[in-house]
Write a protein that binds this ligand. Structure first.
Ligand SMILES: *Cc1c(COP(=O)(O)O)cnc(C)c1O
Length: 383
């Protein structure tokens, strides 16, 4: 099997697996317990927090553990909204191509009386800092723009966006779920006030994530209950997953310098190969793009049919985002960059990892080329 859907989820790394193992045997306490077993668990929890804080160039007090990227996004938005409402500021600025975790939460906040401004995305896949500067009003309580897009891989001008937000005194949240492990993230240098991470997107375990919030931002708990996570997130901490996440984040960041060149080489070979297919269109810019992301639209085919044909040949890919596949609606991201509905329906996302070999790249190119030709032939014979 060729796994080329690493933007949907990644395999657990051996280092993360090893880091998790003691928590299924020796270290069995609850970090909230005062006895020795609890205190051993507490030490492990705080060790993971310190290491993750170090990876982001912040302090442990700014790190809250959540159940993943979705919960971190929801909590970031709801916290900023609560602070905004208290200060009479009810506008939130975001962008049309955000993950549904952000967009659906904004829908809910709109129902609750917030004004939502969604910035447009260029044909190349970028939010413009000038558009943001023009959109910020005195009643803006939050700007939320993703670090890198999950469907088309474009990396946003996060530092510039953050600088504009700082100038206006507006907190800046970024969904960095797709960026983490591929790009260095320094929350201070990038002017980030809040940031979401998800462990299973960087070879950590599923079901755990991080919400970074800079000092001065009072988080609103979306899960009510006990006083875990300094009252920011109730419920017994998922310690095995948190330990695995810390190991996976450290490992993936430490590998960025050696791996990026190789990934870019393979990604570019894949893009070149698929560009040779007639009527194929790369989604998103070639520059400022995740080294793992390849996204195309092929005219005259259904992405879903292509996906199933590739699956039969042992290739795991995605047509748009995992949440959107199965739905007939074309991807909101592809619509945001101006792809006509017809073309957007023929989309394919391939997301590679350092485990993707050169031979696999060749197999994918051949399989996609043949499958697209076959599907177009079928369409022509039907009409
Ligand atoms: C996967 C993903 C999420 C959701 O993360 P989960 O941990 O699966 O809830 C949010 N945002 C982006 C950009 C993602 O790719």
């Amino acid at each position: 099997m060729i796994y080329a859907d690493n933007a949907a989820t990644t395999a657990l790394s051996p280092a993360a697996f090893r880091a998790m193992q003691p928590f299924f045997s020796e270290i069995c306490g609850n970090p909230s317990s005062l006895h020795a077993a609890g205190q051993a668990a507490k030490r492990a929890l705080e060790d993971a927090r310190a290491r993750i804080a170090h990876c982001l160039n912040t302090v442990p007090a700014c790190i809250t553990f959540t159940s993943g990227g979705t919960e971190s996004d929801v909590q970031a938005l709801r916290s900023a909204a609560a602070i905004g409402a208290k200060n009479g500021k009810r506008r939130i600025i975001s962008a049309a191509f955000e993950h549904h975790a952000v967009l659906r939460t904004l829908d809910a906040l709109a129902q609750e009386g917030f004004q939502i401004t969604l910035l447009p995305v260029s044909a190349e896949g970028f939010v413009s800092p000038d558009d943001l500067a023009a959109a910020i009003t005195a009643d803006t309580c939050l700007v939320s723009i993703m670090f890198a897009n999950n469907e088309i891989g474009t990396i946003q001008p996060v530092q510039e966006i953050g600088a504009i937000c700082r100038q206006h005194g507006v907190p800046f949240h970024t969904d960095a779920v797709q960026a983490a492990g591929h790009l260095p993230i320094d929350v201070q240098a990038l002017n980030i006030s809040m940031l979401s991470l998800s462990a299973h997107k960087f070879h950590g375990p599923k079901g755990t994530g991080v919400l970074f919030a800079e000092r001065g931002i009072r988080l609103k708990s979306v899960i009510t209950g006990g006083a875990q996570e300094r009252g920011n997130r109730a419920g017994t901490e998922n310690l095995p997953a948190i330990a695995g996440m810390a190991a996976a984040l450290e490992e993936s960041i430490s590998r960025i310098p050696q791996q990026t060149g190789l990934l870019l080489q393979r990604r570019n070979r894949l893009i070149e190969g698929l560009s040779r297919i007639p009527q194929s269109f790369l989604n998103g810019s070639l520059s400022d793009r995740l080294p793992t992301n390849v996204s195309f639209c092929f005219a005259g085919i259904e992405g879903e049919s292509l996906l199933l044909m590739l699956d039969r040949r042992g290739i795991c890919a995605s047509s748009g985002s995992a949440c959107a596949s199965g739905a007939a609606e074309p991807s909101h991201v592809l619509r945001a960059i101006g792809r006509p509905n017809e073309l957007a329906r023929g989309s394919l996302r391939l997301s590679i990892s350092a485990d993707t070999t050169d031979a696999e790249i060749g197999e994918i190119i051949a399989a996609v080329t043949e499958s697209v030709a076959f599907l177009r032939g079928m369409a022509a014979s039907v009409s």
